[in-house]
Design a protein around this ligand. Structure first.
Ligand SMILES: [Zn+2]
Ligand SMILES: [Zn+2]
Length: 571
């Protein structure tokens, strides 16, 4: 979704206009547009394709043209023009908390600062205190802002969904010259955000591995090229990827060591010590003698444990469970029989019902849940009751053509301001299932509204329950523990929305839901057939939450899916 990219550009345009002393209305028009686009739950590209940009509140003709230009060309010429008029480092400096464009302009005019270091130096001078509106307190605030900005930048992490395709492509490119190859680190543990991308391999010809790696076609530049290690920056998001070649007899130990987590490994080291053993990236040792290291299975076996799946290596009880023989059997890709959250072109999806069905059959799904937007989500092409019935008719037609798959008629229905659903119950009864989602009023009585919605027998699933966006939004003002508890009581399912920037519920909330015996539904929230691939992220997240197939709605044969409404409606 390009919403956050576009929002960020508009914010930067507003900053530069403000720096230039432009008209306040012009500045605020860009800020408003940035906020609207950032907070919109739906894909701006889809809205554009549906020709509905002008229907978004606060988006005038001018701004709509910028959006169109960005979607077509990947840049906005007005932004480029503005950039050419200011020092390059200003875009970055404008992101410093407590330092607005106006203050930056004041400092620039008086000190001719061009870099962050020059800014820091200027703040240490006595003259700065003489400038209009620059008291000691304000200067302290700016300094704190700089620290905050620098520490946040240093901690910069990437979304799993962005990193994963890069890693798949590199592993695929490398595998001919490697005997064994695997990503490690937080990516292998399927953590929602990751730091660096690390790949581990073994090979008969180490030199050939490094040579091939630094010539990866998607590389932007090479950072280092050693004998057993290499490091490149790839074009995609300028991510850093490191590779390390190890000898086959310590591959398992290295993979275990570099996969982490730190907490998991600390616990393992403690257990090793108690047994008089030593464990490191080369193997497990008894005195000087190496007793394991070739495979991870071998490493865990030394400690009397079966292989622990990487996704749960977080020291959340997995080591104890492994020692007691109580490790959960985690859901796998082959257990998933269908995807439950897909938008068609009846609302804001870009594919037809038939295109989606064909793709689902290719993926080996036994059923598919279509869930278009409801009428209040106008900007996402929400369906009127009449349109909904027309869509259902089309689904019936297509179902006859493809008997090998069951197409479930679902909707993603807005939970309104009073907790009621966006269609009357008699209309909801015509559907096979309903996902209820909050798309408006993120801060207004969200918990209360969700609890009330769950009392409706036709609401089967709560969609993206916390509303967070990993890259840019904290989420609803919601008491998620109460929602989980009530989901358990009412038999409502909760969603793992597998869209890469959502992954909502996250691992810790899934663990709580598991405890309350809530059934989890994985939905990709796909707006195109391409996005149906996000299922991998949903499965990874479910595994991080210790879920087995019996706890996931998508793993039931279609007639046994434990929908809440099932007691009332047969299909
Ligand atoms: Zn939604
Ligand atoms: Zn959706």
């Amino acid at each position: 979704m390009k919403n956050s990219e576009i929002a960020q550009l508009f914010d930067e345009i507003a900053d530069i206009l403000e720096f230039n002393g432009e008209n306040v209305f012009k500045v605020s028009a860009y800020r408003k547009a940035a906020r609207t686009i950032r907070e919109m739950p739906d894909d701006i590209e889809q809205i554009y394709k549906n020709n509905k940009l002008s229907e978004i509140p606060g988006i005038g003709k001018n701004i709509a043209q910028h959006i169109e230009e960005y979607l077509k060309t990947g840049s906005i010429s007005k932004y480029k023009d503005l950039l050419s008029e200011i020092p390059a480092s200003f875009v970055e400096m404008m992101k410093i908390p407590n330092l607005g464009p106006k203050t930056l302009k004041l400092l620039y005019d008086n000190f001719k600062i061009n870099t962050l270091d020059e800014l820091k130096n200027a703040l240490e001078t006595q003259q700065v205190l003489k400038l209009h509106g620059m008291g000691k307190k304000k200067i302290e605030n700016i300094k704190r802002g700089i620290e905050l900005y620098l520490s946040k930048k240093a901690a910069g992490r990437i979304s799993l969904g962005i990193a994963l395709p890069v890693v798949f492509s590199i592993v695929d490119y490398m595998k001919d010259v490697c005997t064994d190859i695997s990503p490690c680190g937080s990516l292998r543990r399927m953590k929602e955000t990751i730091g660096d991308i690390d790949i581990l391999c073994t090979a008969t010809n180490t030199k050939q591995v490094i040579e091939r790696f630094v010539n990866y076609p998607g590389k932007h530049s090479v950072i280092s090229e050693g004998e057993t290690k290499g490091s490149i920056i790839v074009k995609e998001n300028l991510l850093q990827v490191d590779i390390r070649v190890v000898s086959p007899d310590c591959y398992g130990a290295a993979l275990q060591y570099f996969t982490g987590s730190k907490e998991h490994n600390i616990k393992l080291r403690t257990i090793a010590k108690e047994k008089g053993l030593k464990i490191n990236e080369y193997g497990v040792f008894k005195g000087d003698k190496k007793i394991a290291g070739k495979t991870e299975e071998e490493v865990y076996k030394v400690f009397g444990m079966p292989f622990i799946p990487p996704e749960i290596r977080e020291d959340r009880g997995e080591i104890e469970a492994a020692l007691d023989g109580n490790l959960p059997v985690l859901v796998e890709e082959k257990d998933i029989l269908g995807d439950m959250h897909i938008h068609t072109n009846w609302s804001d999806g870009s594919n037809t019902v038939e295109e989606i069905v064909k793709r689902a059959i290719e993926k080996g799904y036994k059923f598919i849940g279509l869930a278009d937007h409801s009428k209040t989500s106008k900007f996402a092409g929400g369906l009127t009751i009449e349109e909904l019935r027309k869509r259902n008719k089309e689904i019936d037609e297509i179902s006859k053509k493809y008997p090998e798959i069951t197409i479930l008629k679902g909707m993603e229905v807005d939970i309104l301001g009073d907790g009621s659903l966006d269609y009357p119950n008699e209309v909801l009864a015509e559907l096979d299932f309903v996902i209820g989602s909050i798309h408006q009023g993120f801060k207004k009585n969200v918990t209360e509204r969700m609890l009330k919605a769950m009392e409706n027998p036709y609401l089967d699933i709560i969609g993206h329950p916390t509303g967070r966006l990993i890259s840019s939004r904290e989420g609803y003002d919601v008491d998620i523990d109460m929602v989980i508890e009530y989901a358990g009581k009412t038999g409502t399912c909760l969603e793992i929305n597998a869209y890469y920037d959502r992954l909502d519920l996250n691992d810790t909330n899934i663990l709580k839901a598991k405890e309350k015996k809530v059934i989890i539904c994985i939905g990709t929230d796909a707006h195109s057939v391409y996005m149906m691939e996000y299922m991998k992220l949903g499965i990874g997240t479910a595994r991080r939450g210790w879920l087995g197939k019996n706890e996931i709605l998508n793993c039931y044969p279609v007639r046994e899916i434990p929908f809440k409404r099932k007691k009332m409606v047969q299909f």
